[in-house]
Design a protein around this ligand. Structure first.
Ligand SMILES: [Zn+2]
Length: 313
């Protein structure tokens, strides 16, 4: 019996999955992310959990064949994570460190957004395409490119970080990254709410959003679908900037398909509709446009992509 694991490390929880060699997910579970000591506890907990699950399933540690991990932050080609703010790591080598704990040679680690893209390309909304680009629209905007079953990781660890490309030169508020006018400031869940709240403050126009206390991205999308013009404007801004980002990706990488995931993608076909027309307008040189699809794996994209790192054909 062979044991393969996919691990998706986040700022509050670590998601884990045990897989068969053919990529079938056998079981999944979560651990709380224990911060501190430069990520030491996170890796200790992952190693202990993997060892105990292996024994529980009737195996022995020597039957663990590979562990793949996704982790939030840039990973350099030598496996170094210079700064991983959400997981409290600084100049850490997570793959090497987990490999030492498990006595296992095959441990691989990649940026979490890239890993999610690999998962969607393999088993999700991008399955069947040779190359995809995934947008993850959550608290932030993540991105990742996959071609022929491999992540395009880049040389400095930020390939795919589409959320911090500039879309608006006149923005006055700063993005989390320190820049101004990043895609993430308009096209993430937080960004969509921010744009809607700004519009509410700037006008007296009637809107369904005025009576809502703790406005969420879903509220804005739902109101936009119902024809609320203020919410519709915020959603349109999001769609337009995402379409620009898609056109840049098309001109640089020319993927077969774009896959849209993350919480905001629950808006479904309505969201894709906001993006499609502007994307077509911005890519006149493309005779055949890239397909636009919704992600299908939800928050399992990370563990699928992670295990794929160690299940390469
Ligand atoms: Zn930014």
């Amino acid at each position: 019996m062979s044991f393969y694991y996919g691990v998706d490390i986040g700022g509050t929880t670590v998601k884990l999955g045990r897989f068969r060699e053919d990529g079938t997910l056998l079981e999944k579970w979560e651990l709380p992310t224990r911060l501190g000591e430069n990520g030491k506890y996170i890796l200790d907990d992952i190693a202990a959990s993997i060892l105990s699950k292996t024994v529980e399933a009737g195996g022995s540690p020597s039957q663990i064949q590979g562990v793949g991990m996704g982790i939030p932050g840039p990973i350099l080609p030598d496996g170094c994570m210079e700064v991983g703010v959400n997981v409290g790591m600084r100049h850490a080598y997570p793959a090497r460190e987990l490999s030492e704990r498990l006595g296992l040679p095959l441990v691989r680690c990649e940026n979490d957004a890239n890993v999610a893209a690999l998962g969607e390309a393999w088993k999700g909304g991008g399955a069947g395409f040779s190359s995809i680009f995934l947008f993850t629209l959550g608290t932030g905007v993540g991105g990742g490119a996959v071609r022929d079953g491999r992540i395009l990781s880049g040389s400095h660890g930020i390939a795919g970080e589409i959320g911090h490309t500039t879309v608006n030169l006149t923005e006055t508020e700063a993005c989390n990254c320190g820049n101004r006018g990043c895609l993430e400031q308009y096209a993430s869940a937080t960004g969509l709410v921010r744009v809607a709240q700004r519009a509410l403050a700037a006008s007296q126009a009637p809107s369904l959003l005025r009576d809502i206390k703790n406005l969420t991205a879903k509220d804005v999308m739902d109101a936009a679908k119902e024809g609320d013009s203020l919410a519709g404007e915020a959603a349109a801004v999001m769609g337009r900037y995402l379409a620009w980002a898609m056109s840049w990706v098309s001109h640089i990488l020319d993927p077969e398909a774009f896959v849209i995931g993350g919480g905001v993608s629950a808006a479904g076909e309505f969201l894709l509709g906001l993006m499609r027309e502007e994307y077509e307008k911005r890519t006149p040189m493309l005779s055949r446009k890239a397909e636009l699809r919704l992600a299908t794996l939800g928050n399992e994209a990370g563990i699928y992509g992670a295990v794929r790192l160690v299940l390469e054909p």
